[in-house]
Design a protein around this ligand. Sequence first.
Ligand code: HEC
Length: 282
Amino acid sequence: MKRSRSRIVCALLLGFSFAVTCVSASADEYGRRDQQGQNERAERHDHDTVLQGRQTFRFDTFGDEDFWGGTLKLHQAIEGSAFGGVGAGVSPKTALAVGLKVDVDALPASVLNALRSGKVNLDDPAVTLTLLKLNAVVGVTGFFQSGLSLKSIGIQCALCHSTVDNSFAPGIGHRLDGWANRDLNVGAIVSLAPDLSAVAEPDRYKKALERAGFAVTAERNRRDFALAFFADLRAKTAAAGGPPPLGLHVLMGKTTPEKVQNMIDNISKGRIAPVELIARKL
Ligand code: HEC
């Protein structure tokens, strides 16, 4: 209260051109205290914001389990038929081989000891499910219905933008947030999906847009544009003696040329198509 009153007084005084009166010792004192309090509040806020951001980055799926589980049904492939899904399930060995990382700090001492003494069967999908339940698979959240049976699976920023320091074993260690996971084989992971019906023809997208109240005003198959783009990119890369220091290839790793070639082949053979749809909300 005191402070705001002194501000009002200052404003009045300034208004009457008595500015000098404002620079009193007490106003200075208030100013200093105010600044100190503000710095402390800012620091506390900073710290809380960092923790909040870290929590979001590591654990918030933003509801994408609707896609990874709900649409692709990846959780069924991970749990396998023994837990209500399909197929053999994904063993920890396979999970590590496709580049997933395990956060050693999320593992209880009993599990760490069992791992150290080789008592954990790394071929058993139940172990993968246990790791998910412990929130120990970096960037992946399992949503469980009962026991080790999954309802869905979601991912977060940390899946691609974190790795671990391998302090416990290759692929198992302390989290390193903000380090690209360069071992992640997204193609191999998605190819496990039992339901790829979400990869649909343009007609299905158009109908879905119309159902949602949009009118499609233009449609262009950008196949030729894409093929020309990649041909140009390849020529530029060859002329420069390799790719630039930064780019998607950093994350895609050593097999970038093979992956890009697969995509070009699939586009040129018409298996996939970059289709541009422009729609207007009615
Ligand atoms: C499926 C993997 C994946 C996920 C999940 C992911 N990203 Fe990315 N992110 C990438 C890739 C790949 C790039 C690089 C794109 C490029 O170089 O063109 C990137 C680039 C970025 C960049 C730009 C970095 C730069 O230096 O230009 C930021 C920022 C970013 N991501 C933040 C996030 C945040 C925040 C989340 C979570 C909400 C997230 N990402 C989730 C794969 C992912």
